[in-house]
Design a protein around this ligand. Structure first.
Ligand SMILES: Cc1cc2nc3c(=O)[nH]c(=O)nc-3n(C[C@H](O)[C@H](O)[C@H](O)COP(=O)(O)OP(=O)(O)OC[C@H]3O[C@@H](n4cnc5c(N)ncnc54)[C@H](O)[C@@H]3O)c2cc1C
Length: 238
């Protein structure tokens, strides 16, 4: 793990409140999809939790840039990101974490909520550069409404490219099913059991805010998933 300086090169609006920020690092950073980094707006004081925050990589490890994606809030850290100008320099500490795809996990169910999408999209983009066709992936992606689905176009393109390997179920609390192909409500046992056959052979990867991750662990438990097949990372700070 290292601290590298990186130049801000691009901002991409994913939804009205979620933006991706791309940086060109001074040195190549070798990370694994699923890992995260710490963006340091106060590199002199690493203990400054207000200006130094953890964000997951949201791009493929093979890219020559680093991308992170943040749900922008009223916090000072969000303001710092919002106010970045092209060419501004930031410090990035990482890679951190070990919630990455294990080599023998080929049948995967992702349970993700809101901004918990970031490690998942990084993993899919990584597989798209490698051996996606060796995988069977189902994603249950919970959001409030269609407008809040970050990376929707990227998911649509991947499903088009790998129709036999990838399915995505949009679980929305506010949705008119005649307008959009979604499941209304929350990610629940019955929703998963209806879509996934042979649940016990699957590996469940859960990402999202702590309350959501805890709820999904309960869902997996109720489905009878073996504990060693449930892998999770909580986005502490939500
Ligand atoms: C492994 C990991 C990966 C993450 N990946 C992403 C990502 O890809 N995208 C993303 O948007 N966010 C991610 N987060 C969360 C991110 O680090 C921020 O905590 C979150 O975005 C809220 O920051 P904020 O500045 O908007 O809100 P703030 O206003 O700073 O915080 C929101 C609330 O959380 C509380 N809080 C803040 N920090 C902590 C903390 N460390 N422990 C407990 N409570 C805290 C605050 O008191 C406040 O009530 C990740 C977190 C972790 C741990």
């Amino acid at each position: 793990m290292q601290i590298v300086k990186a130049k801000f090169i691009e901002k991409i609006e994913r939804t009205a409140t979620v933006c991706s920020f791309r940086f060109a690092p001074q040195l190549k950073v070798f990370f694994k999809a699923g890992q995260f980094l710490q963006v340091l707006f106060n590199a002199e004081n690493l203990m400054d939790r207000e200006l130094n925050k953890f964000l997951s990589y949201s791009n493929a490890p093979q890219d020559d840039y680093i991308e992170v994606t943040k749900r922008l809030s009223a916090s000072k850290f969000s303001d710092k990101l919002r106010n970045l100008k092209i060419g501004d320099e930031v410090s990035l500490k990482g890679p951190l974490g070990n919630c990455v795809l294990a080599p023998n996990h080929n049948e995967i169910v992702f349970l993700i909520g809101g901004i918990g999408v970031t490690p998942c999209i990084s993993m899919l983009l990584d597989l798209a550069n490698n051996n996606f066709s060796d995988y069977e992936i189902n994603i249950f992606y919970a959001n409030r409404n269609e407008q809040e689905i970050a990376f929707k176009n990227e998911f649509d393109e991947l499903v088009k490219k790998y129709p036999r390997n990838l399915r995505i179920f949009h679980i929305l609390s506010e949705c008119n099913i005649s307008d959009f192909d979604c499941i209304v409500g929350m990610i629940r046992e019955d929703v998963i059991a209806q879509k996934i056959k042979d649940i016990h052979s699957k590996y469940f990867y859960i990402f999202g805010p702590p309350a959501m991750v805890n709820a999904m662990k309960g869902v997996c438990n109720n489905l009878g998933c073996p504990k060693d097949k449930v892998i999770s990372e909580s986005f502490i700070g939500y």
